[in-house]
Structure formats: structure tokens, C-alpha cells
Design a protein around this ligand. Structure first.
Ligand code: 9MR
Ligand code: ZN
Length: 533
């Protein structure tokens, strides 16, 4: 019936797997039309996520560079893919450049943005919600997603993914990506991240607390950002935002020190005053104002955010209060590997495990390390149990499931770093295979990359800019077994297999939107994969 394969392809000397569905044989054909491999498949098993009968194909022995495709025993062709050592080069650059395209508060000039140029947006100072007379400058930062809002917690999490990519694989970021700051002596990843950090610094109030978001009251219509008229507001402080902010400012201060010690100082002063606010406000503080209909990014537990902040702030201050907070939170049952916008225990673990030896006592580091390796081993088992080799259960396909796939791959990459064992990186690469087309819809979830890539993401500029192509390098949210937008509901029949609950339709915000924190894990993983070459 079909063969699903990573449409970008495979490194010459790596393992090469694909997934065959509903038939019992295949041929692999090269660019000269020659059959280079022919094989039968004798055992298909029912896969619960796709509800298809599948098996995996191993063609690792094929090492000649070139373009290939499969033909299955029913005569159906797969999409084309390459074998070569530069298969991830362009997508790595585009996935990072995505953040430039999300910039708010400046014109995207043609020399950097090409046809996707647009005028400056959201330049006006904004009112603080319910304190209309208090006017503040909130210009800058990245639009969160297909909407134009700017939210603190997802911003901090995306920054953490990117800054860890840089800290762990600096050499993967020596290519400029043609942004206004390129050539200033600072790697472009750091230039791009600074754009968001400068915005986040504007979200901090005098008492150290940090505003949860800066958005309009409602999601806007389909207009270019510069035509978006409804006023933005700086919304109330939340403990979630304040803790994530403390953590990311502490971390960023460390990363930028070599380039700009004055910036480090600003970041660290901000981190410490946010930390101070957290100590004075020990319980969860979050309220999405009733009049606000933009994303809530709500979360009923701020312990993981506080844990991340405590670990990062301890790295600067070595203050015992941080250790007390860490040990208190250890009493709770939290995930120490979660890397999404809501649960950030994994960022706390990474902060502890990348610190200089001896910074934390063994009790703390062992706890984080063991939790990390347990989770990485679990992910390998989940991946090994299905022929897509994707570390997902059917119930994992919720809104933004591609973030789950990609953050799982981050866990695997970092496990490889902790242990030196390449089996983790290998399974991480199978997760990339899934993202780039080895899935039951045979779709590459990254715009512009892959023969059958997502074409119509829910991203306002892409919808209205009258340019045929989407901006390349954007990760779509992916299948959502409980879609909630009318177009997905109309187009996805009930009982559709979880892995197939996706529509490449610009209206489908619950299956086909883009966000900064779905791109940032891709940048992270690609930095590991590129560092390998
Ligand atoms: O990514 C978020 C997803 O995990 C939630 O289930 C969903 C509903 O709360 O919200 C998603 O985040 C959206 C945010 O609220 C507003 N900007 C677009 C985000 C991506 O769809
Ligand atoms: Zn804007």
C-alpha cells in the first residue's frame, strides 16, 4: 500500500530505516532507475497509532550518494529522498531563521527576509491591563505562533532549547543566517535570542514579578502583523512567568558572558529580582484575565518552574535558599525530563547536569541523572515497539504532538551526551525520520523541506502574504487526536488513527499551526545531528 520514509534522507554511513504498510515487498530505486535493493517482507504487525499493518525496512547497506525512492509490491511509489552528508544542512539554517521571521517590532527588510519582507508591527507602547494609565514599552520579541501574541513562558522555554543547543554544540552555529546583526562578531543564534531576551526584560515589573503575556484581548483576524490594529496589553504577573524568566535570564547571562559582560550583568540583576519576588510569593499566582481570549498558557502547578529557577539561580549565587527550594520540590512527584511550555522539570535537570562538577551535591545530580536515563531508556523501548520507531503511544498525539516527538528526541540527545552512548542519538534520529515523512500521512511537517512538505500552516503572514510558498523551516504542530477547530473536525472523520489526525489546512489551528517552541527543539536536535558529521 505504501512506504513511508524520511524525505530529506540519510547520512551515507548511518542506519537507514523506512516503514512499509499493507504489502509484502518492495524495491529501492536509484536516480538512474536501477533497482538497488529488492526484498520481501514477511511479517506485518498492526500499529496502534496509525491503525495500519506495518513492518520496518532496513536498507542501511546502501551507501552510495544520490536520490532514491521505493516502489512497493502494489506498484506504489514513495516520495523521493537522498543519501548524502548534507541532508540536514539547509533545514538547520531555516529552522533557526524561523525566529527572525517571528520578530515583532521591526520591519523585516527584503535583504534579510526576501519575498517575506513586511513593515514594522506592534510598535506602540502598551497599557497595563486594568491599569490603563500605566503605559509601558513592550516592543520587540517574537510572535509566539500563527497569532501575534507574545507570551513569557513559551518564550523562555524556546530560548532555553536554543541556548542549550548553543552551549552543547557551539560549533554547529558558525554559519551566518543573514539577519540584521550578522557579522557583528557574535554567533547568529545568540543575536537572534537576544532579540527575545530584550523583550522579556521589558516584561519585568519594578517589584521583580514578570507579566505573563503581552497580547491583544482577542486573536486578530487574518492580516499582516503591521495591519493588526487592536491594542496590545501587558497582562498581570504570574509566578509561572516570573520563575521561567528568572531561570532563562540566569542561564542567558552565563551564555553571553564571553560576548557582552554588561548584558550578563543586566540579565543576572533581572534574574535575582525575579527570584526575590518568587520567594516573597510562595504559592501559585496565575490568572488569565477574564477579558483576555488569547492563549492562556495556563498551568496549575508552578513547582517545576520554581525548580528550574532555583537550579539556575543557585549556579549564580550558591545561595542555600535555592537548595532548600530544590529539596522541597524533590518531595513532590514531578517529571525531571519534561521540556515543553508547561512542564519544565527537564530544563532544571539540564541546568544541574551541565553545571561544573561539584556545584551540586551528589544527591541532586544523581536524582536528575537517573531520572533522565530512565526516561531515555523508556523512550527507546517505546520506539522499538513500533515499526515507525517513533517514541509515541497513541495517547501522546495531542495538540502540538510534534513537540512531544521532538522534545523526546531532545531527551535522547542529551542522554547521549551524559553517557556517550550513540544508541540514544540513533533513536533521536528516528524521531527526525518521523517528522520528515516516515509517518502514516507521508508528510514532512517542516515547510519547504521534503517532497511532500506542509504547505499551508496556520501562520497569519503565510496565509495573507499572497506568496504561494510558505516560509521554509517552520514546524507544524502535527496530529491531534482531539482536534478542536471546525475545519479539522469537518475533515478528520471520527475514529481516525491518532497519527493521521492532521490536516494541511491554514484554518486548522489545532493541527497545523506553528510556534516558536515547536521549532526550537528541532534546532536543538539538528545541532546534535550536525555535530555528529
Ligand atoms: O501549544 C499549546 C497547546 O499545548 C495547548 O493545548 C493549546 C490550547 O491551550 O494552546 C497551544 O498554544 C497556542 C497558544 O495558546 C496561543 N498561540 C498559539 C499556540 C499554538 O497553537
Ligand atoms: Zn508584531
Amino acid at each position: 500500500m505504501a512506504i513511508y520514509v524520511n524525505q530529506l534522507g540519510f547520512y551515507t554511513n548511518d542506519k537507514k530505516h523506512a516503514t512499509i504498510s499493507g504489502c509484502n515487498g518492495y524495491e529501492l530505486i536509484n536516480q538512474d532507475g536501477q533497482v538497488v535493493l529488492k526484498s520481501e517482507v514477511d511479517h506485518l504487525t498492526l500499529d496502534e497509532s496509525s491503525k495500519e499493518e506495518v513492518a520496518f525496512i532496513d536498507f542501511s547497506d546502501i551507501t552510495e550518494k544520490g536520490t532514491y525512492y521505493f516502489k512497493d509490491s502494489d506498484g506504489n511509489q514513495s516520495y523521493h529522498f537522498r543519501i548524502g552528508d548534507d541532508i540536514y544542512r539547509q533545514v538547520s539554517l531555516d529552522a533557526l531563521k524561523m525566529f527572525y521571521f517571528q520578530r515583532c517590532g521591526m520591519a523585516l527588510e527584503e535583504k534579510y527576509a526576501g519575498p517575506f519582507q513586511h513593515k514594522a508591527c506592534h510598535m506602540e507602547p502598551v497599557s497595563v491591563l486594568r491599569k490603563e494609565k500605566e503605559i509601558v514599552d513592550c516592543c520587540g520579541g517574537w510572535h509566539d505562533a500563527g497569532d501575534y501574541g507574545k507570551y513569557t513562558t513559551p518564550g523562555a522555554v524556546a530560548l532555553a532549547h536554543l541556548l542549550y543547543a548553543f552551549e552543547l554544540n557551539e560549533s554547529a552555529f558558525d554559519t551566518e543566517i543573514n539577519i540584521p546583526e550578522s557579522g557583528n562578531g557574535v554567533p547568529d543564534l545568540l543575536n537572534e535570542c537576544r532579540y527575545e531576551l530584550e523583550f522579556l526584560l521589558k516584561m519585568q515589573k519594578e517589584n521583580g514579578g514578570v507579566s505573563h503575556k503581552c497580547t491583544a484581548l482577542l486573536h486578530t483576524g487574518f492580516v499582516m502583523p503591521e495591519d493588526d490594529e487592536p491594542a496590545f496589553y501587558q497582562m498581570p504577573i504570574s509566578s509561572l512567568a516570573t520563575a521561567d524568566f528568572a531561570a532563562i535570564c540566569a542561564m542567558a547571562g552565563r551564555v553571553y558572558e564571553k560576548y557582552d559582560p554588561a548584558f550578563t550583568k543586566r540579565l543576572h540583576v533581572a534574574a535575582l529580582s525575579a527570584w526575590d519576588w518568587l520567594l516573597k510569593h510562595p504559592s501559585l499566582e496565575f490568572e488569565n484575565p477574564a477579558e483576555s481570549r488569547t492563549g492562556a498558557y495556563d498551568d496549575c502547578c508552578d513547582a517545576d518552574e520554581r525548580l528550574w529557577a532555583a537550579v539556575e539561580v543557585y549556579r549564580i549565587t550558591k545561595n542555600d535558599v535555592c537548595l532548600e527550594v530544590i529539596n522541597q520540590i524533590f518531595e513532590m512527584r514531578l517529571s525531571y525530563t519534561a521540556l515543553g511550555w508547561k512542564d519544565v522539570g527537564g530544563l532544571a535537570a539540564m541546568a544541574a547536569l551541565t553545571a561544573k562538577e561539584g556545584t551540586f551535591d551528589r544527591f541532586i545530580t544523581e536524582r536528575f541523572r537517573n531520572a533522565w536515563l530512565d526516561e531515555a531508556d523508556r523512550l527507546i523501548k517505546v520506539a522499538e515497539a513500533n515499526s515507525f520507531e517513533v517514541a509515541m503511544h497513541p495517547y501522546d498525539y495531542g495538540w502540538g504532538s510534534n513537540m512531544t516527538v521532538l522534545t523526546n528526541a531532545m531527551v535522547l540527545c542529551f542522554a547521549q551526551r551524559l553517557t556517550g552512548d550513540d544508541k540514544y542519538l540513533q533513536t533521536a534520529m528516528y524521531q527526525l525520520d518521523y517528522i520528515f515523512g516516515r509517518n502514516a500521512l507521508a508528510i514532512s511537517y517542516v515547510t519547504g523541506h521534503g517532497e511532500n512538505a506542509v504547505k499551508e500552516p496556520h501562520n497569519r503572514p503565510t496565509i495573507v502574504d499572497e506568496i504561494e510558498e510558505a516560509i521554509p523551516g517552520f514546524v507544524s504542530g502535527g496530529p491531534n487526536k482531539a482536534p478542536c477547530d471546525p475545519d479539522a473536525l469537518a475533515q478528520i472523520p471520527r475514529n481516525t488513527a491518532p497519527m493521521k489526525c492532521h490536516v494541511d489546512d491554514w484554518r486548522s489551528y489545532s493541527t497545523n499551526e506553528i510556534t516558536i517552541y515547536w521549532n526550537s527543539p528541532l534546532v536543538f536536535i539538528l545541532s546534535f545531528v550536525n555535530a555528529k558529521k
